[in-house]
Design a protein around this ligand. Sequence first.
Ligand SMILES: N[C@@H](CCC(=O)N[C@@H](CS)C(=O)NCC(=O)O)C(=O)O
Length: 225
Amino acid sequence: MAEEVKLLKTWSSPFGLRAFWILKLKGVQFDFVDEDLSNKSPLLLQSNPVYKKVPVLIHNGKPISESLVILEYVDETWKQNPLLPEDPYERARARFWAKFGEDKVLVSIWNAFIKQGKEQEEAIGLAIETLKFLEEELKGKRFFGGEKIGLADLALGWLANLIGVFEEVIGVKLIEKERFPLLSAWMQEFAEAPVIKESWPPHEKLVTKFRAIREPYVAAAAQPK
Ligand SMILES: N[C@@H](CCC(=O)N[C@@H](CS)C(=O)NCC(=O)O)C(=O)O
C-alpha cells in the first residue's frame, strides 16, 4: 500500500521546519499544506484538537502533533539516515539537548526579543548564559549529533536563521562570533547543509512578521504604569 504522508505547517514556523527537514533528510515522499493560522483548516482542528497548532504530520490518516514528537516518530518509522544514535546514553543526551532547546534556549531568547529596557537587558544576560551551555556542548563536534545532523540539531536549527531575524528587529547582537565561535560555526554549517539550505523562509518576510509580533509588547511597555 502506498504511504500517505501529509504535513500541516505554516511558512514561518520554526517548529514546522523541523518536521519538514526530517522528512526531506529521510527521503520520505510527502505533501504539505501551509496553513493560514488566522483561519485554521478543519483538517488542522480535527488533527490537533488539543493544541490546534502546526505542525501536524498525518501518516496514513493518523495525526501526530508536537514537532519533537514528530521527529522521533519519523525516525522510528523510516529507519534510513537515523537521527538518534544507537547507544542509549547518546540517545538520552540528544533528547536532553533537544529539551534544553525548548525549555531554556527558546524561552530565554523569546524573552530577550519581547522585553524592553532594563527587563530586556536582564533577559539578554540570561539568554547569553543559556547559550554558553550550547557553546560548551559543541566542543570537539561539528554538530550536536557529532559528525552528522542529529535530533538536537533539528530541534535547535531554528537558531540558525531566526537569531538573525530577532537581532535585526531588536537591534542587538545576541550571538557574537567572538563570544560564541563554535555556535556561530555550527549555525553557518547547519544553515548551509543540503536540504536545510533550500528550506529557509525569506529573511525580509520574517523580519516583517516578527516586527509585527513584537509591536504589542513594545506598545504595552510604553504605557504608563
Ligand atoms: N510545541 C509546539 C509548538 C507549535 C507552535 O507553537 N506552532 C505555532 C506556529 S509557530 C502555531 O501553530 N500557532 C497557532 C496558535 O497558537 O493558535 C511544537 O513543537 O510543535
